[in-house]
Design a protein around this ligand. Structure first.
Ligand SMILES: C[S@@+](CC[C@H](N)C(=O)[O-])C[C@H]1O[C@@H](n2cnc3c(N)ncnc32)[C@H](O)[C@@H]1O
Length: 306
């Protein structure tokens, strides 16, 4: 059974976040090449194609690529879309492999994090609702699952991960509970982990008590922040003069990296950063996932030497 077949019926529900703002920021020109570094279900890619742009679409999740091959077959056949399974951290290698001569890239988009389809597929272990193996790898070629991390990290390392990547206030207590539980039985399913967290933390407010722990584990399993830190300078190098680098972040760790990188690049006169944009209230009421989105745009200088 392929991963695509395992996808839940909600799979078609991923709504591209800040779609209009994104394509406006990218300033789509017909027949120019754009990179969508986080293809997902191709919501943003589809809009770029509709506006006449051509797209190099990257995703490290085989399921996303299979989805694209089925639902974007026409655009692939027409040569307007190239679908590539890769980590966006390898952007420069990917572009070198795709084009024998250096090609003009008019805009690059990153819509970070996971897609709704990844979250709702219980087999993938991203979600604290439902039950499934504690996997959390977006790229199943990666070596270490969340269950394996929970088995080997010590109390100190778990505490640090929950604090740094989840902002979890009860990080130490949860780490202790994990270490004590696993001496009796390994924690292998999402619900086993939820139960451990719930022993330490009560439901308060809207946020599920396991939200931050799940977020932290996912970020560590997929080395998410390392990939972002690696790709931002590479993306700026690959953009043509005047090109747009558009990033949509969903939590503080992602946004801090983008904001800091754009600030330093502006100080070096490599281009200019635009004002932070947030989704409209209409969008957040229709798509609650958009609530935490922060969109930042950097326009590379027109000066070819920068
Ligand atoms: C929020 S979704 C993108 C949704 C997409 N914009 C759409 O409208 O359908 C993020 C996607 O980026 C992919 N992704 C996350 N980190 C990645 C990385 N380092 N390299 C390649 N793809 C990545 C995930 O697998 C996921 O499919």
């Amino acid at each position: 059974m392929t991963q695509t077949q395992k996808t839940s019926p909600e799979a078609a529900l991923h709504q591209p976040v800040m779609l209009e703002e994104t394509v406006q920021a990218l300033r789509i020109k017909a027949d120019s090449w754009y990179v969508d570094g986080t293809f997902g279900r191709g919501g943003h890619t589809r809009k770029i194609l509709e506006l006449g742009g051509k797209v190099i679409a990257i995703d490290h999740d085989q399921e996303a690529i299979e989805y694209g091959q089925i639902h974007f077959q026409k655009e692939v056949d027409e040569g307007r879309l190239r679908l590539i399974r890769a980590n966006f951290a390898q952007l420069e290698n990917t572009l070198t492999e795709q084009f024998s001569n250096k090609t003009t890239i008019a805009g690059i988009l990153f819509d970070f994090g996971t897609s709704v389809d990844q979250l709702t597929n219980q087999e993938r272990g991203f979600s604290f609702t439902g039950n499934g193996p504690l996997d959390m790898r977006m790229d199943d070629r990666l070596g270490v699952t969340a269950a394996q991390l929970l088995a080997v990290l010590n109390e100190e390392q778990l505490t640090e991960a929950f604090k740094t990547y989840g902002g979890e206030e009860s990080a130490r207590a949860i780490a202790k509970a994990i270490v004590s539980t696993r001496t009796k039985k390994p924690i292998q399913s999402t619900q086993e982990l939820v139960k451990v967290v719930e022993r330490v933390k009560r439901h308060r407010g809207k946020l599920h008590p396991a939200t931050k722990v799940f977020q932290a584990l996912r970020i560590v399993v997929n080395s998410e922040l390392e990939s972002i830190a690696q790709v931002l300078p590479a993306a700026l190098r690959q953009l043509s003069p005047g090109g747009a680098l558009v990033c949509i972040a969903f939590h503080e760790g992602e946004d801090r990296l983008v904001k800091q990188f754009f600030k330093v690049a502006s100080e070096k006169s490599l281009g200019s950063a635009m004002e932070l944009q947030k989704p409209t209230s209409t969008e957040t009421s229709l798509n609650p996932r958009a609530r935490s989105a922060k969109l930042r745009v950097f326009y590379k200088s027109e000066e070819p030497n920068n």
